[in-house]
Design a protein around this ligand. Structure first.
Ligand code: PLP
Length: 494
């Protein structure tokens, strides 16, 4: 299986090379030439552990990894860093199935991929005789940063530099990042929003003279952002796993289709569900849930992607995104795997901030349904679900649950079993969650809130929160967007 760039059909690389590079030379994203089919039937899948499911899915994509290599990456990633053996348990509440993707070390779904990416990357480096030390450069809207730091901390032959919007992440997210241990970790707050951080990182990746400077000093950049195929592929696993659990638990019969609702920002998680569907998992609708930054909702409704709008800070900050990078992979596909046309659209996005797809392309989006939930709807959903069932969900998951309610009302599709991707623990966004349940909580401190959430929700305070109660701040660098390259040089002493 080879990977091609969404912007140049002639740029063709192996899986391990795509993982090492992150982004293609022309700025495109790597996509598999074809989406492979699962070669295990549902009876077999139902008997598999999470790790075995991961192998069954990932071997179809990472074909230049040996069985031993891939299995060793999987077992190093999905071990007791996760606080449940199931890794990604399903929890039924009010008729929907919440796929809890937050049982890893940083209590958000980014752990699902970022706990394996460092192992995929160091294995890829070995396979390709890379001599340079790998410098992971990441822009984060909050969760990726910490999950990447936790994944790469202490991993030999790597350094990691994370940029986050200084005023655009939750206090707990910030504390999690600036207390990160590990001599190879660096964290920087920028004066700007997430899109500016991401654009700044992309510019450094595309900067040939900076790459030369790095090479001379024995370094090379790679990306842990959700554009890396090594992030996307591990995310397909849990959709296959969720389907096989529903079957195993007798909730669905063989071949019965389900809906999937995904709270969406960069379009990585929902794209993984789309890949799972195309591998043979019977998913009927892919329901794309946005917060008030509803670029994707407008895109699915009109066929025009338009980022020219106010950037809104919401209580679901990991979805506060106006450029959904991974959407490019879908655009490329619905354009008939046509890099030239994709480039036209991406250039328009760059110069005019918007593009419009053709009616033929729009027709190919019928698997998707897009909607959004505003701030008060999101809070209402958290409160209502808690009052009805005692289950507490985080703000991002609540956006998805709110959109699912809208979907049912609008379409009447109420009976089909539905999986809602639950992307963060409520303990990560405690203040917003607790305020939604009762405004009286707003006077409590963050840690008092965590204890209170533990009491009312009847769940233990996760280890990730306990750890930062007392941890020292180790990172305090802040810079302007234009100073990002110099900050990198300073860290690397070049
Ligand atoms: C990153 C993130 C999302 C958005 O996922 P994408 O793959 O970027 O669409 C949603 N919820 C949480 C909690 C996240 O951390």
């Amino acid at each position: 299986m080879m990977y091609v760039s969404t912007r140049d059909a002639n740029e063709k690389v192996s899986a391990s090379q795509a993982i090492l590079k992150g982004l293609a030379n022309d700025g495109g994203l790597f996509v598999p030439e074809e989406i492979p089919q699962l070669d295990a039937d549902i009876e077999t899948l139902a008997e598999m552990t999470y790790q075995e499911t991961a192998y069954a899915v990932m071997k179809q994509y990472l074909t230049d990894f040996t069985k031993e290599e891939l299995e060793s990456c999987i077992s190093a990633a999905y071990d007791d860093k996760f606080d449940t053996k199931e890794i990604a348990p399903l929890r039924e509440a009010d008729g929907a199935y919440y796929l809890e993707l937050f049982h890893g070390s940083t209590i958000a779904f980014k752990d699902m991929a970022l706990s394996i990416l460092p192992h995929l990357m160091t294995t890829s480096a070995r396979k390709n005789q890379v001599k340079n030390e790998i410098v992971i450069l990441t822009a984060t809207s909050g969760d990726t940063g910490k999950a990447a730091l936790a994944g790469f901390a202490g991993v030999k032959g790597t350094k990691i530099i994370v940029f986050y919007p200084k005023n655009g992440v939750s206090p707990i997210q910030e504390k999690q990042m600036v207390t990160q241990k590990g001599e190879n970790t660096f964290v920087v707050g920028i004066h700007g929003n997430f899109d500016e951080a991401q654009t700044g990182v992309k510019k450094m990746f595309a900067d040939a003279s900076l790459a030369k400077e790095l090479d001379a000093a024995g370094y090379q950049f790679s990306s842990a952002n959700s554009i890396n195929i090594g992030r996307l592929v591990p995310q397909i696993v849990y959709y296959v796993y969720a389907y096989s659990r529903l079957y195993k638990d007798g909730v669905i019969s063989s071949g019965e289709s389900i809906n999937v609702v995904v709270p969406t920002g960069n379009f990585g998680n929902i794209l993984a569900a789309f890949y799972a569907k195309n591998m043979g998992i019977p998913i009927a609708k892919l329901i794309c849930a946005s917060n008030e930054n509803k670029v994707l909702y407008d895109f699915f409704a009109t066929g025009t992607y338009d980022k020219n709008r106010e950037f809104i800070l919401t209580s679901s900050p990991s979805m506060d995104i106006l450029i959904s990078s991974n959407l490019e992979r879908l655009i490329y596909r619905i354009a008939g795997n046509n890099p030239a046309y994709n480039v036209q659209l991406m250039n328009r996005l760059k110069t005019e901030g918007k593009y419009e797809i053709t009616p033929e392309m729009k027709e190919k989006l019928s698997d998707f349904y897009g909607s959004y939930a505003g701030e008060s709807e999101t809070a209402d959903v958290i409160r209502a679900l808690y009052e009805k069932t005692g289950y507490v969900i985080d703000t991002h998951t609540a956006v998805a649950a709110g959109v699912y309610e809208k979907y049912k009302k609008e379409t009447g599709d109420c009976e089909k079993k539905t999986v809602i991707a639950s992307t963060a623990s409520p303990f990560k966004f405690t203040r917003s969650v607790m305020k939604a349940i009762d405004v009286k909580y707003d006077s409590m401190s963050d840690f008092e809130l965590a204890d209170e959430l533990s009491r009312i929700g009847n769940v233990k305070v996760p280890q990730a929160i306990e750890e930062i109660r007392t941890a020292d701040i180790r990172h305090n660098t802040v810079c302007e967007v234009k100073e990002m390259p110099d900050t990198v040089r300073k860290f690397l002493k070049i």
